[in-house]
Write a protein that binds this ligand. Structure first.
Ligand code: ADP
Ligand code: MG
Length: 280
């Protein structure tokens, strides 16, 4: 073919390093390896998760699914670097996670995660400036870019109290994505929204993922939401959370809702959760 560089050209990558590149591509971005997490109060020790292991690859939409109290939020906080494991290790790009960092940003369920005295744009700019990732001009540009992605360009200069719950969550998502984290962590981000808004937000999150291809670690206790949002699901047993199963859910989208295959998978997951509870 014309225009292709000759084999001797420096642009031509030798086979060996191509193979190395491919190995690196397929190495997990995030490794949760045999991780046990505990809370220590003066009276007792609460074990939140027991020897949980899973790998998240680049551009995965990995969901942690399990009943309330099974340690999902605790796991997410450990990945974020807020809680050290008592056993096992969490690695990001092969390096042990020891503290919080701008490469892992969390979006929470609560609508009050945006300081109310800052405008929408200032909210999105804040972590960029605070982490000294960008100067003021670049931060403003980046903020507007991601506000546009979540459909909120027109609201850049209003304050959070003027926004609906769904819009506030969009701002929180834009703020997180603007940091361009290695992994976006979301803890039941849509759980406090009404059913219709929740659906719309799931749809928008998937559209955003199609566009940006970020890596997502998403927590929910909703089987349906897990199947819609995730391409892979780790099913956790009740307290203390252990890995129950890993489910491939990449085939399901919002369009699958109500379909026989979707219902069947949802039912199987339900039974697995229920069995475990019945056995406790
Ligand atoms: P989930 O997010 O799956 O609902 P959590 O991770 O919040 O579950 O909690 C897991 C377990 O750890 C629960 O039994 C909960 O009561 C306990 N727990 C959570 N936070 C604390 C805390 N700060 N101190 C003591 N125990 C806690
Ligand atoms: Mg939780």
């Amino acid at each position: 073919m014309r225009g292709e560089p000759p084999a001797s050209s420096p642009a031509f990558t030798p086979t060996l390093s191509r193979e190395r590149e491919r190995e690196q591509d397929s190495a997990p971005l995030l490794q949760v390896d045999n991780v046990s997490l505990e809370y220590r109060t003066p009276e007792r020790v609460v074990r939140a998760t027991h020897r949980v292991s899973f790998d998240v690859h680049a551009a995965d939409r990995f969901v942690l699914l399990g009943p309330s109290g099974c340690g999902k939020s605790t796991l997410l906080k450990a990945v974020a670097g807020f809680i050290p494991p008592v056993e096992g290790e969490i690695r990001l790009d092969g390096k042990r996670v020891a503290q919080p960092g701008p490469d892992r940003i969390v979006v929470f369920q609560e609508f009050d995660q945006l300081p109310p005295w800052k405008t929408v744009k200032q909210n999105v700019m804040f972590p960029l400036l605070a982490s000294r990732a960008l100067g003021r001009k670049e931060a403003a540009e980046r903020a507007l870019h991601y506000l546009d992605k979540v459909g909120l360009s027109k609201f850049a200069d209003v304050h959070p109290h003027q926004l609906s719950g769904g819009m506030k969550q969009r701002v929180a998502i834009a703020r997180a994505l603007a940091m361009q984290p290695r992994v976006l962590l979301m803890d039941e981000p849509f759980a406090a929204l009404d059913a219709l808004t929740r659906r719309r937000m799931q749809q928008e999150l998937l559209e955003l993922w199609e566009e940006v291809r970020f890596t997502l670690l998403f927590v929910t206790h909703s089987i349906e939401e897990a199947l819609v949002v995730g391409n892979r699901i780790a099913l956790l047993s009740p307290h203390p959370g252990r890995m129950r199963a890993e489910i491939n859910s990449h085939a399901f989208t919002l369009d699958s809702l109500g379909g026989a295959e979707f219902q069947g998978t949802a039912q199987r997951i339900h039974d697995m959760l229920f069995e475990e509870e019945a056995a406790v």
